[in-house]
Design a protein around this ligand. Sequence first.
Ligand code: CUA
Length: 159
Amino acid sequence: MSVNVYEKVWMWGAGGLIVLFVAAIGITAVTQAVQPPSHIETIDPATLADHPEFGDPQVHTTADGKIVVPVVAEMFQFRPDPIEVPAHTPITFRITSGDVVHGFEIVGTNANAMAIPGYVSQFTVSFQKAGDYDIVCNEFCGVMHHMMVGTITVKGEHP
Ligand code: CUA
């Protein structure tokens, strides 16, 4: 079978692109921040009210100086609300749900996690700009889902 030279060029070109794309996924998975969750932390949603961290969730600083924000998402609010944190500082959010799956998306940032009953979702983010940020629930969770919003007030020298 004879294959036209231009046909061959296109075939090898397309094959080369596939190799390139697969290699890009592989390389970024290993070297960049494409990482699966490093730990899975479970929690009993039925006893959340008596939990030392999530019973009355408050922004706090740990013994080694980290600022931690425990958040409970539940129909149809986030606790605490508002959340006050400083700018230019790594803030670790720890999020769980007391009832159904909710979303926790900080508008205008790349911070976005699911709040899943029985699990704690954790991520760390620094706010570069002071001001108020909206938190929205981006998982449909019931009739008032569209009203489920919260506020993060970031205090800093650059309002
Ligand atoms: Cu909570 Cu939608």
